[in-house]
Write a protein that binds this ligand. Structure first.
Ligand code: GCW
Length: 713
């Protein structure tokens, strides 16, 4: 046995994510790789190219068992040649312009070709960052043990800003975070740089993520003070070689809270001056600062409405001084007001559509995938397709606030893709959300996609061993939204667990099934927002106190007649915010897709569904199907023990057990509660509820993770 195979590796704990670079045990694959990777040439003239070199060294030694030497120039065949036409004279001498012309600033080319008449593999790009992305892609290719014969990969990102949004607070709690505390050790920054910062940057760069907001959108103005900017700058320094720009969340009232002004009115001169000075101060600390992400006039956050000003006036206030520095404002479209009597699902559209065309050119509007709030299933947000003059970013939630926290295995690529692939019809058929978001439909210069991070201090980063797949999927889809959920799952599984085909096939099926499972056991048939209040852990369809748009009864509207929110013309008419022919399809009870039925219609309990069952029986069936899916996932996982190291196997197995209990809890609590309206029996072929409705209503959960910041003073 090759000596490296005998080396004892530390037990798997998920820390290395999809960058494990596991030894290639298949001897013919290893021999084939060794044959074509005999030496490497890279002139690491920048920190980014140094990062690429370091990654190659680490990965190849781990995978092949011995280091592949770096040499000065190509003297023999089977050399890996890495660089841009600027960093490498050997690459400059090749006729690569036609290929490089296709890949822009961040794309790359990996190709097998003659260099100095020798058969080599070339990884090249127009920029150093493109080279780094190419190196990571090449290493992914090797980790998946794909062939190096006829290698020819040309790839460029479809979306420009590919971001992670951390909802991390300065006290290190993470709002809606379920994987420990915040990675950012503010107290010890800037002097102590936790090595995790670099590993975090490596992981992000490996999937093309190029921007991060490090602080919560429920923002604390302190992060804009010099004391904290120094700390942020230290993080930015670590991230820079990996092509990651730092953004900050800006609290709209910061001029008052940390600037001593009497107002934060966007039209007041002193306020504009304050932001201009603040922006140039930030750039002194962070020369490549990305810009601000802003949540304003939403859920109690300050904003321009406090002064009778519009969102555009607020966004432009912050955007104006950023122009000169190449920074942007990302303004969140998650705006709704409990004092506005309108259906919450309609409010953002009503407020923002009239402002289309009034935002400065460096403003992007960041829109959640659906019109309510990251539910297991929502229709796509009607703002997509309604603001052709404004670049719209897509915001998805990677952290599982409404999808079982970090104990439930839910693979989110199918959810993200459902939105990306949805047809808005705004410019005729084929006007998908993806084309709105990537800017091709309206020819926007800016484009972006962001995910709310699920990362924390847990050793495996995301809590559930499968949750890292969702971080991975965010990056891959922001790079190329045409990738399938299956192929992304396969990549991630091969790199994270095992290259065995049987394992990959079974585990991919499990991952794909997991999304529909959670819809079925939590909110089937278009139900939404029926979880417990505040911490959102577990079912709470009975929640009816407090502000109405935060209750469950507002959304499900169950009564003796039926259940569901009438959003047709006889109700809130939210369907009118969608383009034809989708609008008509949704509005008609007979053509509305059943998976969105109760989102758009109040439906009688006895209504006949496509299955021939009544609505009530169908609801019972779906809740049970959800539970059955989880049980199938458990069985599949149990059958894969031989392919997975024990620690991670047992971890997933235990969490699936919790998931099964929670699926039953959701099913039983929801059916018992809805039964008080339908007055119909749960058909005998299904498991009957384990407890009474009172039992479920009276359950209390303390210290559920994901809490809000503790403010001082
Ligand atoms: O889903 C809701 C969450 C809030 C969050 C808000 C938002 C950061 O419950 O915790 O606040 O969305 O997206 O702003």
């Amino acid at each position: 046995m090759n000596q490296f195979l005998a080396k004892k590796r530390h037990p798997e704990d998920g820390y290395e994510l999809w960058l494990r670079y596991a030894p290639i045990t298949d001897s013919s694959t290893r021999a084939a790789y060794q044959q074509v990777l005999q030496q490497m040439v890279i002139h690491a003239t920048s920190p980014t190219l140094q990062a690429a070199q370091e990654e190659l060294a680490l990965a190849l030694e781990n995978m092949l068992g011995e280091p592949v030497p770096f040499v000065e120039s190509v003297t023999q065949a089977n050399t890996l040649v890495i660089g841009t036409p600027h960093s490498s004279s050997e690459i400059a001498a090749l006729d690569l312009q036609p290929l490089l012309a296709q890949v822009g600033e961040e794309g790359f080319v990996i190709t097998r070709m003659a260099v100095q008449s020798q058969d080599c593999i070339v990884i090249t790009a127009n920029t150093d960052l493109g080279v780094l992305y190419g190196v990571f892609h090449f290493l992914q290719h090797l980790q998946m043990q794909r062939s190096l014969d006829d290698l020819h990969i040309i790839s460029a990102p479809k979306i420009k800003l590919r971001m992670l949004n951390h909802w991390d607070n300065l006290d290190r709690t993470v709002e809606r975070g379920y994987a420990g505390f915040s990675l950012w050790d503010w107290h010890n920054l800037p002097d102590y740089l936790d090595p995790r910062y670099k590993d975090y940057a490596r992981a992000n760069a490996s999937i093309g993520i190029n921007g991060v907001t490090v602080t919560n959108v429920n923002a604390n103005a302190l992060v804009l003070t010099p004391q904290y900017l120094r700390k942020v700058a230290a993080l930015a320094d670590v991230f820079r070689p990996y092509g990651i720009r730092v953004f900050l969340t800006a609290r709209f009232s910061a001029p008052m809270e940390i600037g001593g002004l009497e107002t934060a009115d966007p039209l007041a001169t002193e306020v504009a001056e304050w932001w201009a000075a603040k922006v140039s101060e930030i750039y002194d600390y962070i020369p490549d600062f990305g810009g601000f992400l802003v949540k304003a006039n939403s859920e109690g956050q300050p904003g321009p409405h406090d002064y009778g000003r519009s969102h555009a006036e607020g966004a432009n206030l912050l955007a104006r001084p950023l122009v000169a520095h190449g920074g942007v404002v990302i303004w969140r479209a998650f705006v709704y007001d409990e004092d506005v009597p309108e259906d919450r699902a309609k409010q953002a559209y009503n407020d923002l559509v009239p402002q289309d065309g009034t935002f400065l050119e460096n403003v992007l509007l960041q829109v959640k995938n659906g019109p309510i709030d990251f539910q297991p299933r929502e229709p796509y947000h009607p703002l997509f397709g309604a603001m052709p003059k404004t670049p719209l970013m897509l915001e998805v939630q990677v952290t599982q606030e409404y999808l079982g926290l970090a104990t439930n295995l839910v693979y989110l690529a199918p959810l993200f893709k459902e939105t990306l692939d949805a047809d808005t019809y705004c410019d005729g058929p084929g006007s998908t959300v993806a084309r709105v978001v990537d800017g091709t439909l309206d020819d926007n210069a800016l484009s972006g996609m962001a995910g709310v991070s699920n990362i924390g201090t847990d050793r495996n980063w995301c809590g559930h061993p499968f949750a890292a797949a969702n971080w991975y999927a965010l990056g891959r889809l922001a790079w190329d939204h045409q990738l399938s959920s299956e192929s992304i799952a396969e990549e991630w599984l091969r790199m994270t667990f095992s290259n065995d085909d049987h394992f990959v096939e079974a585990a991919t099926a499990l991952m794909i099934e997991s999304r529909e499972a959670v819809v079925d056991y939590m909110t089937p048939l278009g139900l939404h927002h029926i979880m417990a209040r505040d911490h959102h852990y577990g079912p709470g369809p009975w929640v009816d106190e407090g502000r109405p748009d935060w209750t469950s009864v507002y959304y499900h509207r169950a009564d003796q007649e039926g259940i569901g929110f009438d959003r047709t013309a006889s109700g809130s008419n939210a369907v009118s915010q969608y383009h034809s022919p989708y609008r008509e399809q949704l509005a008609d009870l007979d053509t509305c897709p059943e998976e969105l039925l109760l989102w758009f219609h109040h439906v009688p309990w006895q209504h006949t569904m496509k299955s021939g069952r009544t609505l009530w029986d169908e609801l019972c069936d779906r809740y049970n199907q959800g539970v059955e899916s989880v049980r199938r996932m458990q069985q599949t996982w149990a059958s894969l023990a031989a392919y997975v190291d024990e620690a991670r196997f047992v971890h997933v197995q235990s969490l699936l057990r919790i998931q099964e209990q929670e699926a039953c809890w959701w099913r039983d609590a929801c059916l018992l509660y809805f039964q008080t309206f339908s007055q119909l029996p749960i058909p005998p072929q299904y498991e009957q509820p384990a407890q009474t409705l009172d039992y479920y209503i009276n359950l209390r959960h303390y210290y559920v993770p994901g809490i809000r910041e503790r403010r001082f003073g």
